[in-house]
Design a protein around this ligand. Sequence first.
Ligand code: ADP
Ligand code: MG
Length: 221
Amino acid sequence: LQQQLIESEKLSTLGRFGAGLAHEIRNPLTSIIGLTQLLKENNHQNKYLEIITDELERMESLVNQFVLLGKPNDIHKAGCDINKLIYNTVELMKSNAQLQDVKIHFIPSQEEINLEIDQAKIKQVLINFIKNAFEAMPEGGNIYIQAKGEGINEKVTITIEDEGVGMTQEEIDSLGTPFFTSKENGLGMGLPICFDIVKAHDGEITVESEKGKGTVMQLQL
Ligand code: ADP
Ligand code: MG
């Protein structure tokens, strides 16, 4: 499970970088393919050109796949039971929590909340928030997660509260900036991806934090 979490974070980072890189590679690739096609038309016997074109086309389709894989804004929405989603995510994190002396307490909303969301992507957001909460409590502690609905299947507010190291105002202001990290082995890519995903849902992330006290991350959808 630990590995699964690490992999999911790596994948999203890879996806973001990969999508950018793939995009940059795609344009020159497309023009090279066009040029070899022109050369081939004037040069029917050249079997090397045939191979070059085939290989370039293979590269092009790989790059196209990568562009699709990494798009945080490529959202596929479907109806989702929010409490169930949070519950499943918490279950996924529990063995990690135990290892780190962290207890996760989840209070579901009283009424069932169904929203149209990209379940896999919002799960990724929740995992990132919970992971950051773990990492803010190296000596262990509690994480309180709560879901509150508004209207009938209209809106949900999910709060994730930790008792960790907290942040200064300056750190709070830097949240979501790519590569901002206060951790030795941090990537600073988790929250930027979360912000992208939530923005693509027309949602909102708010942060309340005090140095040495803890942090409350709030996700509105
Ligand atoms: P990373 O976890 O790799 O550092 P993130 O984008 O997930 O990257 O987070 C960026 C930074 O935001 C963290 O390094 C940390 O300084 C701060 N941060 C995020 N969540 C919390 C939290 N729950 N408590 C304290 N600091 C946090
Ligand atoms: Mg993180």
